[in-house]
Write a protein that binds this ligand. Structure first.
Ligand code: BGC
Length: 772
């Protein structure tokens, strides 16, 4: 469409707003913006729409319809020609989307622009580390920035609505989707959720959505999707309201407070009611309690799935349950577009329900500026300029460095200094692995260009005194597409074992890169065994026999069971899936050019039997004391209770000493504030960063409280030998909880707190009480 046509569309719509003289809202809907001018515009368009056109706005497809409108597997072509598609997702490219928008405008009687959406979970073409990894940076500014960069690239490529952030709390590493979130903690997860929303929406206030480089964010998946039974994706969730409120709702609430524009339903049923048809969570909590005025969209075919859930008898019934729950847009199911009209004619759904949903959708299109210029996000020149520009690539490298967690480093085997002569045996399937480095959700990240470990090391150590000799050692097991399980036919490949052992034997140090293939985590990628896949551990056992020090670098999307590795490796570097700059970032860490600073945001168990395992557990009536073991206590006979690596844990090449912990008063008055502080000294040989954490325990409550809860943290940079004081402020709000009647209050009584390096660090403990 050329400029003249844009003028035509804009002019047509302007005329349309002015000729319908709607002075105040004609239907009862609470707008997202609260702006009467926008509400008036929405009403004026709505008043001209037929019922079919309204229902069309509530219909969303994945981007597989051809521009000609021909399609194979759904009716998108047919509905496109009727002007009955409100939104399309997972299509990209300024020119391509321009063409699709032109098609839409050709058929839309009222020239209502289509809204293009996508899953840009961790970068568009500049792929950042997977969200779980990035969360290990504990660097909120960094996460906001990576979301901002994702928005810059995405909005230049035609898309103005992101299906992110995923803010599901996850306590079960068997569940593949742990890689998409920020880990196990509600407090920390809420802060990360806010940072990502700010980054995508660029938001100061709702008007920012109209800027050409900001986009709508979408909090997903509402709610408790991460509590799937047995860590199996899409499985049922049965939890108490208390757990819902304490653990799973907070990050979602935080995004509402941050101004998120949309929500997505979850696939799971929650206490017997599938989320997509769940009035309690959408009407009572999201709309009424939290006053959310934005849009709600279903997850992929989630309306249809309510039939399989045994909650709806057919698609028509499912569509009614969905709109009754307060959901506005149907992703893929064609439940709304096929049945809402009939339901209205039968009086089972009111036209006002439809009007409310459509108003929310139209409001977003107005706020994004699409009515003024439907091609606003189709700027091929800007796309060329911003996508993967050097600044973005540099940010991706920094993000990857900061996401890496050093789990073990005995005898300072790392860093591998460039100026110290070493023969390094470089072994493992991830040395040259490229396609996994972006992780599962890299929707447009080109898997053929991410920097491999081998390339990163080559670049880093050229002209150094370190010499590498490489062999792959083993291959990764594959999933048999016909059974969707790990292939049982594949014979574990040991053909390169002897070569690997020989090379290791001739080296000073062995550097092994292992992990999970990228599609072993993510959606529908759950595991019952979370050790290193295939015969990778077996190879490690052989290498161990050489007696050489071994550094293990891991590329994976979930906490793994590393119990054998923790005991037998000299160093372990958790690199996750670091994104496009993977090899460079890992080489930066291995060489010591970057001193690792990440800490875990999800507990690493000793074995799957401990799952679910998370740091903020309850004490029980019979707590087990590892130091003083007695019978009939809450313990296992074949494993300690403690995790292998706790939440908040991560090492540096430096060491940090905590001293002088103190509290300004051991009594906190209502409405008052006390401070807890501790001095941190970098006692190591390198400059570095430390993440200092504040944990609090409410000793007696009207309901039992977790043994500790994260309530604050600071990431500080310390030069070698430098000391800094870190201070946390404590007030009533920080101590508040849902009491026995589910009121949000701080209960008087005794508390203890820790100023700690991780959630298992008990060294600096202080006591105080909250007065009546
Ligand atoms: C996922 C969502 C995603 C949607 C669209 C679903 O399978 O659960 O997170 O946004 O697909 O791609």
């Amino acid at each position: 469409m050329n400029k003249l046509n844009i003028l035509f569309v804009t002019g047509f719509l302007m005329g349309l707003f002015s000729c319908t003289n709607v002075s105040e809202k004609t239907i009862k809907w609470k707008s997202y913006s609260g702006d009467p001018e926008i509400e008036r515009k929405v009403d004026s368009v709505l008043s001209l729409m037929t019922l079919d056109e309204k229902i069309g706005q509530m219909n969303q497809y994945s981007g597989n319809f051809a521009a000609t409108g021909e399609v194979s597997d759904n009716k998108s072509g047919e509905y496109l020609k009727k002007g009955m598609i409100g939104s399309t997702f997972n299509v990209f490219g300024a020119d391509h989307i321009r063409m699709l928008q032109e098609q839409n405008l050709k058929y839309s009687r009222l020239k209502i622009p289509m809204l293009f959406a996508a899953d840009v979970i961790h970068g568009l073409e500049t792929t950042f580390p997977i969200p779980l990894a990035e969360a290990c940076s504990w660097d909120l500014k960094l996460m906001e920035r990576s979301a901002r960069i994702a928005a810059e690239e995405t909005t230049a490529s035609g898309v103005a609505w992101n299906f992110a952030p995923m803010v599901d709390i996850a306590r079960d590493p068997r569940w593949g989707r742990v890689m998409e979130g920020a880990g196990e903690d509600a407090y920390y997860g809420s802060l990360v959720a806010r940072a990502r929303v700010r980054g995508f929406q660029g938001i100061e206030d709702y008007e920012d959505l109209s800027k050409p480089n900001t986009m709508m964010a979408c909090s997903k998946h509402f709610v408790a999707y991460g509590a799937a039974q047995a860590g199996r994706d899409y499985h049922s969730v049965d939890i108490s309201d208390r757990t819902l409120y304490e653990t799973y709702l907070p990050p979602f609430k935080a995004t509402v407070e941050e101004g998120v524009a949309s929500f997505m339903t979850a696939f799971n049923d929650l206490n017997g009611v599938p989320c997509t048809g769940n009035k309690y969570i959408f009407k009572d909590i999201l709309r009424d309690k939290w006053n959310f005025g934005g849009m709600v969209l279903t997850d992929y075919t989630a309306i249809t799935e309510m039939i399989a859930h045994g909650f709806a008898k057919d698609l028509k019934n499912a569509a009614k349950l969905t709109i009754d729950a307060g959901v506005d847009m149907d992703m893929i199911s064609e439940g709304f577009v096929s049945h809402l009209k009939e339901l209205v004619e039968e009086g089972k759904v009111s036209e006002e329900q439809i009007d409310v949903a459509v108003s929310r959708i139209l409001e977003m299109k107005f706020l994004l500026g699409l009515f003024d210029d439907p091609f606003k996000y189709c700027n091929a020149e800007r796309q060329k300029e911003v996508v993967m520009n050097p600044e973005h690539l540099n940010a991706a490298r920094q993000a990857a460095q900061r996401s890496i967690v050093l789990l073990k480093n005995d005898n300072n085997v790392l860093p591998l200094k460039k100026d110290v002569s070493k023969r390094v045996a470089l072994i493992g399937p991830f040395v040259e692995e490229r396609e996994s480095l972006n992780g599962e959700w890299a929707i447009k990240g080109d898997r053929s260009i991410s920097v491999t470990l081998s390339e990163g090391l080559d670049k880093k150590y050229t002209d150094s005194r370190v010499k590498f000799t490489y062999t792959r050692g083993t291959t990764l097991p594959v999933i048999d597409p016909s059974t969707r399980h790990v292939s049982t036919k594949q014979v574990p490949d040991k053909s390169d074992f002897s070569n690997a052992i020989r090379i290791a034997g001739n080296s000073d140090i062995v550097l092994v890169a292992m992990g999970e293939k990228f599609h072993w985590s993510g959606e529908a990628a759950c595991r019952t065994d979370i050790t290193l896949p295939g015969n990778q551990r077996e190879l490690l056992k052989e290498l161990k026999k050489t007696g050489k020090p071994i550094v293990l670098v891991l590329f994976n999307g979930r906490p793994l069971d590393l119990s054998w590795e923790e005991e037998n490796m000299d160093a372990i570097v958790e690199a996750w899936y670091p994104g496009i700059m993977a090899g460079h970032a890992v080489a930066d860490v291995l060489s010591g050019d970057y001193n690792p600073s990440g800490k875990l945001v999800m507990t690493f168990p000793r074995n799957v039997g401990q799952i679910p395992i998370f740091y903020n557990t309850k004490n029980t009536g019979r707590p087990f004391d590892e130091e003083n073991p007695t019978d009939y206590k809450s313990s296992y006979i074949d494993s300690p209770n403690s995790p292998l690596f706790p939440f908040g844990f991560g090492l540096s090449y430096s060491t940090f000493e905590y001293s002088g912990a103190k509290i300004s008063s051991d009594k906190l008055e209502r409405g008052g504030r006390i401070t807890a502080s501790v001095e941190i000294t970098n006692t190591g040989e390198m400059d570095g960063e430390e993440i200092v954490q504040l944990y609090i325990h409410d000793k007696v409550g009207t309901v039992t409280r977790p043994i500790k809860e994260l309530k604050g943290f600071q990431k500080i940079h310390l030069k070698k030998g430098e000391t800094k004081t870190v201070e946390f402020s404590i007030n009533e709000e920080l101590l508040s909880m849902y009491d026995i009647d589910m009121n949000w209050v701080a209960e008087s009584g005794e508390f203890e707190l820790w100023l700690a390096a991780n959630s298992s660090d008990e060294t600096n403990r202080l006591n105080f009480s909250l007065l009546d």
